[in-house]
Design a protein around this ligand. Structure first.
Ligand code: 13P
Ligand code: SF4
Length: 317
């Protein structure tokens, strides 16, 4: 299937017939981002899914994102073009592991990143995304212990920002972001001294970025730790003419659209998520045509997860 005008017309016609809205995460293939009714980061897309009056949500992203939409809108049909689109970070903690961890810290408040399965969300007090993780943790009374899972790099970022000693961090990671490492960032920053650094907090290099600014190697105002959605906002306001971007490479498409005059370069151009890229033009066409794959969340699990996800979309508005 070629992503040409015919494909585009057919996908949009079939979507309309189903009264479906197409959502695409910032890491999707450029042609998928371009055909979607809305693109955005995980938080923005969850909010759109919760508010949309379409009967069907077609989620071009990974499975946990489509599950989150189903938890927020249980009466809608939620489709994902390929249900095998998983997430190595979501796989780094199971419901049973979280239950065991909670048993070791009775009374602690559980904050889970949205990159988790519905089963983990059902064991969670508040979910967060990379754009509101700090606000979510700040909303918890200072004397309560916090269990933060599953991403260790985002957890370290939240701990630094909040200065909270009673925050315990699970040792999970996303293989794509963890692979964008400190030495690589330092080398790229030294070769491009005029560039701003946009760093996703899931990256292995997030601590090194702060080290570079702390040591005055890169001026502090040039180093920004941002969610994918916040990167687009920052691209519109920066005065820099060059930006080094540390996140999954799909992000470059929206950044170049938002600020065509800026030279955006990936810190690691091999940082591509194979799960995100399973949503191909052919898979999207099959999805709108045949109504596949449908996402189901067991009702009991969805009910238990709903409060945590609802709190997530309310915090940091
Ligand atoms: P955000 O879009 O919330 O920054 O999430 C990044 C991510 O890794 C999603 O898989
Ligand atoms: Fe998961 Fe990482 Fe892929 Fe995002 S980039 S979907 S966190 S594996």
């Amino acid at each position: 299937v070629e992503p040409n005008a015919e494909w585009r017309d057919e996908v949009l016609r079939l979507a309309k017939e189903r009264n479906a809205v197409i959502l695409a995460h910032n890491y999707q293939l450029p042609e998928i981002q371009d055909i979607a009714h809305h693109t955005g980061d995980s938080l923005a897309l969850s909010r759109i899914a919760a508010q949309s009056d379409a009967e069907t949500i077609i989620f071009c992203g990974v499975h946990f994102m489509a599950e989150t939409a189903k938890i927020l809108a249980p009466r809608k049909t939620v489709l994902i073009p390929d249900e095998r689109a998983g997430c190595s970070l979501a796989d780094s903690i199971t419901g049973a592991q979280l239950r065991e961890w909670k048993a070791e810290h009775p009374g602690a408040v559980v904050v889970s990143y949205v990159n988790t399965t519905a089963e983990v969300k059902a064991e969670t007090d508040i979910c967060c995304t990379s754009s509101n993780a700090v606000d979510v943790v700040r909303s918890i009374p200072a004397d309560r212990e916090v269990l933060f899972c599953p991403d260790q790099f985002l957890g370290a970022h939240v701990k630094r920002e909040t200065g909270r000693e009673n925050l315990h961090i699970w040792a999970g990671e996303c293989h794509v972001h963890a692979g964008i490492n400190g030495p690589e960032l330092a080398e790229r920053a030294a070769a491009n001294p005029d560039a701003d650094l946009f760093i996703h907090p899931e990256c292995g290099c997030a601590t090194s970025a702060l080290y570079l600014s702390g040591e005055g190697i890169v001026p502090a105002e040039k180093v920004k730790i941002l969610s994918t959605g916040d990167m687009i906002t920052a691209a519109r306001s920066t005065k820099a003419t060059k930006v080094l971007v540390a996140t999954e490479v799909g992000m470059l498409h929206q950044l170049r659209k938002a600020a065509p005059e800026i030279d955006f370069r990936a810190v690691n151009d091999r940082a591509s998520c194979t799960y995100m890229k399973m949503i191909t033009p052919a898979a999207l066409l099959r999805c709108v045509r045949d109504g596949l794959d449908e996402v189901h969340v067991d009702l009991e699990t969805a009910k238990r997860a709903q409060g945590a996800v609802q709190r997530m979309i309310e915090i940091g508005q």
